[in-house]
Design a protein. Sequence first.
Length: 128
Amino acid sequence: MNNTVRFASYNSTGFNQLQLANVVQHNSYFYRLASSSDVLFIQEHWLTDTQLPRLLSLLPDFAGTGISGIDESASVLKGRPYGGCAILWRDSFAHFMTPCTLKCLSRRLCGCTMKFDNEVLSPQIHNP
């Protein structure tokens, strides 16, 4: 493994059902960005907590963590989905990455620690 880590950030403006079904086609921007990155920060995925595993399964050689921006405690969701953030990393980096639970009430924040030579907290914050 070389000493280079390639980071990318992507504001997806929502993964709707069609995008979730077709996003890993080689011509999609998301797929091309992921294929040239080791760690991918995603904002505005618009997925609920129950849909997040689908995002994490889009790229089979990646693992990750994320949070929905949507509070599903209400019995009926109103309006369009919104918010959410995630951090995805290549499986080859799994032993360097640890998802962390950030103790706050915000559904706009997720994070992980990356331990290479030094330990680095890498927060992902969605600020609309």
